[in-house]
Design a protein. Sequence first.
Length: 558
Amino acid sequence: MGDGNNFTRRGFIATGAIAGAAALVPTPIERLLNVLSSGFISEAQAEASGNVGARNYINILMAGGPMRYTFDHWMRTNSSDPTLDFNPMITNKFVSSGGRVIGVENATFNYNGVLVPHMFSHSVFHRNGGQRPLRDLLNNMLVIRGYGSGFDGHPFNATIQQAPVGGVSSVAGLAADYSTKTFEAVEFPDRGAFGNYSSTKGKALNKVSGPHALLEGFGGPQGGRVKGRSLADRNREAFDLAQARLRAYAQSDFAGNVIVGKNLSNAVELMKKGSGNLDSFWGPAVARYKSIIENSMRQQGLVGINDVPLISDQGNLWRVHVTDGNRGLTVSSDFDMRDATKSMTCPGALSEGLAMAEYVLKEGLVTSLNLQVGDLDNITLKEVGGGVRMFNAVKDMHETGAIPGVLLCTAYYRAIAAGLLELIDQLKATQRNGSDLWSETVVQIISEFDRSGRSNGTGSDHGFNQMVTSVYSGAITNGPFVVGNIQRGGHGGGYTGTQGIGAPIDGYNQKGMPSPTMAASTVAAVLRVPHNPYENLAAPLVQLNGGLKVLKTAKIVG
């Protein structure tokens, strides 16, 4: 049949030029069909050799460093842990008496042998208008805590978690390194100074303003710039050539030929779908995510959160850090703060980002995605001496006190969790090479750091030595899992109490408090990259082999 290099991307384009299909600069669809057919052959070769490459990767950045204690910064996770040293900023549920809120507590419940935060005892909205338990997310969840950078700064701490070691690929770059898809890596929106992408294999990061910017041309002629018939003819030639190539490979004696032959009809169907009309998907999908997210954010009657009146005593624990003047606003005593979340909107580009992830993953267009979540917008408040109006709260919560912190963070993370559950449903329903797409996808949620909670509950500062990240994948089953040690105490001064400060791990190949390399190495293990470039500096804390195994039990020390 000839040299195997004839089936590389370059060889295929050259063959196409002979056939007349690539006589002009390739259109997006021509490139799509080219790379999809290359990808099917590469996947078949990998399957034949037992090397299936890396999983898809979605990184969700919450720039600003919000408090994460209501959601994925877990403290006491098993009954053998010592009792926590109390800090009012590190709480997740309200204490009420006489029909009103009087304080806060750190409440957990046992799920699959792990103590998890109170929020997961609730339900969020489903696309059919009903409700679904947040516990569903726990089954596929891994928490990586107990590491730090030792240095302050928002951009620095965001970028070092994405690429903790110089000279090797970033985490997103690792997934892209093993991609044969049309667009190996995509970022939406542009992270600017908070982004840090690198690929040692030269896989490009496409920074886009939305999927239409990325996929322009896949849905047919745009704005009359290319005549429809001409473009259709070229796409038809490219499609015919891609099918011919797959048939020729199936009849060859190269590795994976039998697999290509068996899956030829699936390959052809995927190429057809990949060049389909994005417009028919986009509007309904964004609306679907937005509805699920906003209904879940605004839900009332949640036990321990907004089931009794929230009436301010006008003290500092009732302050909210808002963008209006970048200041702390004190909530008035003649306002029920439960109304604050009734008008909250989908944070930033979350609904668009998740819809984009659904489309490009289901159509096999992208392997690695960087997404971003915005602030807590359109919160209804009444400040002391003012009227009722809408404000935007910031995630850098220096002046947000303990009580608004629990309410607003619960709503914020309910939004992210509800949207993520919808994406999981869609990926589970998509079969690819004998398994569902969710089993071949990893989602990681990062922020610069968690917060150093002030002991008096009046706000928080940058917790660059108490970082946390959470990971979700269909490859993780029977969860949740938690790794990483934390200190029982704070770091002194006005920051006492258990707040997740990183602690050494016995027998680990990083001495002292682990660095962000530990988290990256652990994520790389879940990604199933053929080579983990971080493990010699910081070994992964989990192992995947027919299920997830924790290699170092998480502890509270000190």
